[in-house]
Design a protein around this ligand. Sequence first.
Ligand SMILES: NC(=O)c1ccc[n+]([C@@H]2O[C@H](COP(=O)([O-])OP(=O)(O)OC[C@H]3O[C@@H](n4cnc5c(N)ncnc54)[C@H](O)[C@@H]3O)[C@@H](O)[C@H]2O)c1
Length: 354
Amino acid sequence: MELGDTYRGKTVLITGDTGFKGSWLAIWLTELGAKVIGFALPPAGPRDNFVICEVARSITHVDGDVRDYDALTTVLGEHQPDIVFHLAAQALVLDSYKDPRGTFATNVMGVVNLLEAVRYARSVRAVVVVTSDKCYENQGLDRGYRESDPLGGRDPYSASKGAAEIAASSMRRSFFTEPGDAAIATARAGNVIGGGDWAANRIVPDCIRALASLEPIVVRNPSAIRPWQHVMDALNGYLVLGTKLLADGHRYAEAWNFGPAPGEVVPVSGLVEQMIAAWGSGTYRVEADAGAPAEARILHLDIAKAREQLAWSPKLSLAQAIAATVQGYRAERDDAAAIYAHRAMQISAFRELP
Ligand SMILES: NC(=O)c1ccc[n+]([C@@H]2O[C@H](COP(=O)([O-])OP(=O)(O)OC[C@H]3O[C@@H](n4cnc5c(N)ncnc54)[C@H](O)[C@@H]3O)[C@@H](O)[C@H]2O)c1
C-alpha cells in the first residue's frame, strides 16, 4: 500500500522533530499530507536540518521535554494524534559518558512517560518507539543481531536503549493488551546518514566538516564495522511499520530491526573512502585515541523479519546512500526553501524506487 493512503489527513506526533531523523520524518509526513505535530527540545544549533529547512513553517512544533510527563499529556490532549513516532532521545554515545543520568532519564523515562500518557490519550492508535541497533548486548558476533537476541549495552547510551526496549515491552504487555488499545512497537535501526546531520563526533558529519574545510578527515576507529544506511531507508521502515500498526494493530506490536542489506556493511575506513570519492577530493588519516571509551568492533542487524513480515527492505545501496548524502549536504548552500525542496525531492525520488 502507498504510504500516502495511510498518512494523508492523519495527525501524527513526532517526538524529537528538531533532531536529524525527526526533521526528515516531519518533511516526509508533511509531503504525504499528514498534519504533523512536533514535540522536542529546541534545535541544538543553527545548522540543524530542522532549522535550515525551516521545518517549523510546515508543522506545529511544541517545545517540550520528554522527562516532563504533564507536558506529554498536554500535547497529546491538545492535538489528539492518531499515531506517535517517538524519536526524542539523548542520541550520542560520547555524551552518555558525560551525562549518564540525563541519558537514562531521557531515553528510558521518556519512553515510560510517553506510553503512560498514551494510555489515557484515546486518540492514539499506534506508537513506534525508536531505539537503536545498540540495544543488543554486543557479543562480538559476526552475524547480524536478531530481534530475539539478548538486550544489553556497555556504555550508558546503549544500555539506555536496551532498557528503553524492556520498558516499552513491559508497558505494552501490562497496559496495551485489549483490542482497542494502542499498538506499541519498537524499531531498531542502524547508523543513519544523510544531509542535515551536524552532530558532533559522528563520522559522516566529521567527514563533511573536514572535506569542506580542505582538512584531512581524522578517523579513530578505522576497522569498526557499523550498519550505515540512508536516513530515508530507516524512516521508510518506521513509516511502513506505522502503516501495519494502524491497519492490523497488535499483530505487529513488537520489536523490528531496520538496517542495510548484509552485503552493504563496511568498516569506517571503507565508508570514509567512499565519502571522499563521492565528494570528489579529500584525504584521511588514522589517529588512535588511547583515552577513548571502548567501542564494539562489529555491529550489524539481521533484517529478515522486517523483510518477510513487513515487506520492507532497504532501497539504497551504500554507494547510493553516500551519493544522496553528499548531494544533501551540498544542497545546504541554498536558502531554506530550496533546501526543503531538495529534501522533498530526494524523498519523492526514493518513493519511486522499487
Ligand atoms: N542517528 C543515528 O545514526 C541513530 C542510530 C540509531 C538510533 N538512533 C535513534 O534515533 C532517534 C533520533 O536520532 P537522531 O539522530 O535524530 O538524534 P538527534 O540528536 O539529531 O535528535 C534528538 C532529538 O531528541 C530531542 N530530545 C533530546 N532530549 C530530549 C528531551 N529530554 N525531551 C525532548 N526532546 C529531547 C532533541 O531535541 C532532538 O529533537 C534517537 O532515539 C536515537 O537514539 C539514531
